[in-house]
Design a protein around this ligand. Structure first.
Ligand SMILES: Cc1ncc(COP(=O)(O)O)c(C=O)c1O
Length: 449
């Protein structure tokens, strides 16, 4: 038995507790449950000892601690048996120094945390490893779980399907028809999930999956981020960023937000480090939203008073959400971090992604939202040019090839492609090629003038 312990607790009454292996999503008053840790037990090790332990496990092969998530097992889900852990070596993603792009936008110290460089191509792996591992533990203890289900804008379903397949646990995913990329759609199909393509938006899928899983006797376990097990894994992103800077805290962390579980998770991990003495200050957090799906931005501008909206189509399709599940806890977390919410139009997000790509990144549209928000905050003088800024890249650009193709073919909705670079179509004639190359090497893009 581990000397550490964690449990679900109701937000309005911390005495209302449930084991992490119980099928329960809401408190008696209907609020979300949070995972709480026995902080007294964790305080028995000093900050220096925790750092040393985490460093000794970082990216090594001793199962399961080489995973960026399970290397911090005592802080995440201490009670789980190692043989029930379902891991793909998630976490430990590259913290990329965006030197050229930073210089272009006026920042000396810009970094991109590449969470999309992961097994299923997004940060969702960080949370799904925890949730599916707990499900495996529950099944091993005899709980009657027949399948795990989620609503998704594309990345959660890919992660759930992969981890479920790795564990041999059936999965069911609800996707809004025509609103996820081809790569995202094919991932759960390939992993053998039951894929339900629904006529409706993400918010509609969310309503249906909540109803389907509401009866504890259904045997279908809910995997959306309102299930706080996911948050426990996702909270490692902030911890990793600090660890990768040799335990130094950046000035700003900018993160794209949709359902807002990740914004909350980022803050939760950083607060845990702060409470256990591993860091002595907190960064400021910026949540970046697409202007077409900006309920949090509207709330921020309106004294944090929230109204759900119907989100409009955005190239950042994974954050096309009008009624975020984690709205209240994300707002409290942002207040704790002196947080800011900024938005990006389709034009701004597409150009920011294209500019980053031209300096060697390969930004998904959601990362484009966060990069565009960063540019706006520099231009407004809110972020100082000497500040250390980390942008969280939430998915791999390769999952969004249609977005890239449409941009470079100048067919993206609501966007003029200022940085389009379509291929040059030329006959197989060396002279013709030489003539064009003379112009394009001097001035890339000029050959099309
Ligand atoms: C690529 C990508 N970026 C950002 C987000 C937003 O995360 P959250 O919904 O937790 O705010 C998601 C989640 O759906 C996503 O898939």
């Amino acid at each position: 038995m581990s000397q550490y312990n964690a449990w679900f607790a109701a937000q309005d009454d911390p005495a209302e507790r449930y084991p992490l292996t119980e099928v329960v999503y809401y408190s008696r008053s209907g609020g979300l449950l949070e995972v709480q840790h026995d902080m007294e037990a964790l305080r028995q090790q000093s900050a220096a000892e925790w750092k040393q332990l985490f460093e000794s496990r970082w990216m090594r092969t001793t199962w399961p601690y080489g995973s960026g998530v399970w290397g911090k097992k005592e802080w995440i889900c201490p009670g789980i048996a190692n043989e029930n852990i379902v891991s793909t070596f998630e976490g430990g993603s590259n913290l990329y120094w965006a030197e050229r792009f930073g210089r272009e936008i006026g920042l000396e110290d810009l970094w991109i945390k590449m969470c999309g460089v992961s097994h299923t191509g997004s940060f969702k792996d960080l949370g799904m490893t925890v949730l599916v591992s707990v499900v495996k533990q529950m099944i091993s203890e005899g709980k009657p779980i027949r399948a795990v289900a989620c609503a998704s804008t594309g990345d959660t379903s890919a992660a759930l399907a992969a981890y479920g397949a790795a564990a041999g646990i059936p999965t069911i995913v609800f996707l809004p028809k025509g609103k996820v990329s081809t790569a995202q759609l094919v991932q759960p199909i390939a992993h053998g999930a039951t894929v339900i393509s629904m006529d409706g938006d993400f918010d509609a899928c969310m309503r249906v999956v909540r109803e389907v899983t509401a009866d504890p006797n259904s045997g279908i376990y809910l995997a959306n981020s309102l299930n706080s097990l996911r948050v426990e894994g996702q909270k490692t992103v902030g911890i990793e960023i600090v660890q990768q800077f040799d335990w130094d805290v950046p000035d700003w962390i900018v993160i794209p937000g949709g359902n807002l579980g990740n914004t909350f998770a980022l803050g939760k991990g950083l607060l845990m480090m702060y409470e256990l003495g591993l860091i002595s200050r907190l960064p400021r957090i910026v949540c970046a939203q697409a202007e077409n799906a900006n309920p949090l931005y509207r709330a921020y501008k309106n004294g944090w008073s929230f109204e759900p909206i119907t989100a409009r189509p955005t190239a950042a399709s994974a954050i096309q959400i009008g009624d975020p599940v984690s709205i209240n806890r994300a707002i409290s977390m942002l207040k704790r971090f002196d947080g800011i919410v900024e938005q990006a139009s389709e034009q701004e997000l597409a150009d920011a992604a294209a500019r980053a790509d031209r300096t060697g990144a390969y930004a998904c549209p959601h990362t484009g939202v966060a990069l565009a928000a960063t540019i706006k905050l520099i231009d407004q003088g809110v972020i100082n040019k000497t500040d250390r800024v980390v942008v969280v890249s939430t998915a791999h650009g390769l999952k969004f090839s249609r977005f890239k193709v449409d941009y470079h073919e100048s067919t993206l909705r609501e966007v003029v492609s200022h940085y389009a670079n379509p291929p040059l179509e030329l006959p197989p004639d060396a002279d013709a090629v030489r003539r064009v190359l003379e112009r394009s090497i001097e001035r890339p893009g000029a050959s099309r003038d």
